[in-house]
Design a protein around this ligand. Structure first.
Ligand SMILES: [Zn+2]
Length: 70
């Protein structure tokens, strides 16, 4: 696949997109420190979403095709 994106599978130095610190990572991404921080943040967010109740929309508007008079 030639999509123009250089993919390096070997462990290499990459820059953390979050704190811009050089770290050794197999793939481009946040460093270990940021990753654990993100994990905490996302974990909290996921829990919040889980708790948030999904309220189904009751006033569903019929689509134009269904109401069109032929
Ligand atoms: Zn980082």
């Amino acid at each position: 696949m030639e999509d123009g994106l250089p993919i390096t599978l070997a462990p290499t130095s990459s820059t953390c997109p979050r704190c811009h610190a050089l770290h050794n990572a197999r793939f481009y991404g946040p460093c270990e420190q940021c990753r654990s921080q993100l994990k905490e943040t996302m974990g909290a967010t996921a829990r919040h979403i889980e708790v948030a109740e999904y309220v189904p929309k009751m006033n569903v508007t019929p689509n134009a095709v269904a109401t069109k008079d032929d």
